[in-house]
Design a protein around this ligand. Structure first.
Ligand code: SF4
Length: 264
């Protein structure tokens, strides 16, 4: 590690796990710095959740933003190619770089909310002065412990959990189809904005869409919405039939996302 005062930083994503970790660490590391990397494409529920967490911590969460070159700038740089799981420039420029700039060169311990019942690695900073630690893993805390921490402190789950499994940008390409339907129904104006990013290259006919095989305009048609809801309902019923709970379904969906800096 490089020279300098050791800092302790916990990056809050707007998701339940980093929220629970902030609560868990509050009295263990009083000098903790709490940060949130704001892409300026976040859901209103995320800001509302951050305010709740801040009130409990009794400490401000420092909001980190890009250097003036936001999503639209980078979309242009990348020739209109929307970010995707194999081309996640959004995470790099809107989440990781602002975090690394804030961290600077001093040695830092970065607290990450991966739980003991998870076996995943994520896309987190690889700067040599940043050492990641995993208190939930070290202390054996699982999903139900996180639920309990959030319930006991009155913070609860983020508001978007009624219709979406994870935090992050309103147009995040990791969303399931049912979550796009949720966006359409809960934030129609954001759905329209997301749809506005989709384009067809007139020269080649190539489509730039958030989902693999359909545009948001197609997805929003009443018959598609009904079909997506029916398919999701059947999946949920099957999962209940096998003894899984709805939160297990959501949990499975979360674990398919490798974007820890956005969603933990
Ligand atoms: S939440 Fe999704 S769209 Fe936003 S920066 Fe992360 S991966 Fe990209």
């Amino acid at each position: 590690m490089s020279e300098g005062r050791l800092r302790h930083i916990l990056s809050i994503s707007g998701g339940k796990d980093s929220a629970a970790l902030a609560i868990y660490m509050r009295d263990k590391v009083p000098e903790m710095e709490y940060v949130f990397c704001d892409t300026e494409k976040e859901l209103s529920e995320t800001y509302e959740y951050l305010a709740r967490i801040e009130a409990f911590l009794g400490k401000s969460i420092t909001v980190l933003k890009h250097d003036g070159r936001g999503f639209d700038h980078w979309l242009n740089v990348f020739g209109g190619y929307l970010p995707a799981s194999n081309m996640r420039w959004c995470t790099k420029y809107l989440k990781l770089k602002p975090f690394e700039k804030y961290v600077g060169e001093a040695p830092v311990i970065s607290y990450v909310g991966i739980r003991a019942d998870e076996d995943r690695e994520g896309y987190i900073s690889k700067k040599p002065n940043i050492k990641a630690v995993y208190p939930f893993k070290e202390d054996g805390l699982c999903y139900h412990d996180i639920e309990r921490i959030l319930e006991e402190t009155g913070i609860g789950m983020p508001g978007y959990r009624k219709w979406r499994s994870r935090s992050g940008c309103y147009f995040c390409f990791f969303q399931q189809k049912i979550e796009w339907v949720g966006l359409l129904e809960h934030h129609p104006e954001l759905f329209r904005l997301a749809s506005g990013y989709e384009k067809t290259d007139q020269a080649t006919g190539r489509r730039f869409t958030w989902c693999d095989n359909e545009s948001l305009e197609e997805l929003s048609r009443p018959e598609r919405v009904a079909a997506i809801k029916a398919e999701y309902g059947a999946r949920t019923a099957r999962s209940v039939g096998t003894g899984s709970r709805l939160c297990d379904l959501l949990q499975d969906q979360e674990e398919s996302s490798p974007c820890l800096v956005c969603t933990l």
